[in-house]
Write a protein that binds this ligand. Sequence first.
Ligand SMILES: [Fe+2]
Length: 235
Amino acid sequence: MNIALNVTQPVPLSSGEAFRHKAVVREIKGLNWENLDGDDLQVVMYLSYIAAVEFAEALRLALDLYPSHEGLLEMAHGELKTKNLLLDDYRDAGDHHEFLAHFLEKHDLTEPMRQRLGRHADAYLAACRSLDENVRAMTVFSREEELSGIFARMLDAEDWSYPGLYAFRHYLSRHITFDSGEGGHHDLVSSFPIDDRVYPFYAARLETFRLVPHLFELTPAAKAGCDTPSERPLM
Ligand SMILES: [Fe+2]
């Protein structure tokens, strides 16, 4: 897998879509999340952990850039060194990636996943970290708008019985509440403008999902002839 920042075959816009990154978000939501098995979901949990590591970095950059934005400060309280994800023996204040790290480690998933996916995870992190700090901050504000819809699609998977997945489901469902409720994270940072400079971030995110081939098998809706997720590589 080549996690690309220079995308030569952009996901096509549909009518009414002003930004290319919106087309990638639509494509991610249109993947076949219902098709995932327990092993796939453990992979998605690990990828979400990696994404959350980078999110915390980008959020700290945003705080450096906009230290007096009250909405951003309040949003950050719900993301960094927080107790809003407490579950079972996870009782300490932490960044949200630390919650996922705790349950990956508890269920002996960290090392097998690192061996299986570490190279791809490193490529994703390098792609994100190569973006300008203003753009990385913008991806944070954009994620507060977009991730709740993507997380809701992940929850459409059916088999949450594998070790650690109960914690991942908790992480996803709590985030939807944090981000999308009235006065939630999205509302708190909605004054920051977002444009297509965030496109490479979403392109890199979509590339990580290519590690889960079941996502790219046709959905029932696609088989019926509509809303087909693209299977072509982005580069
Ligand atoms: Fe959030």
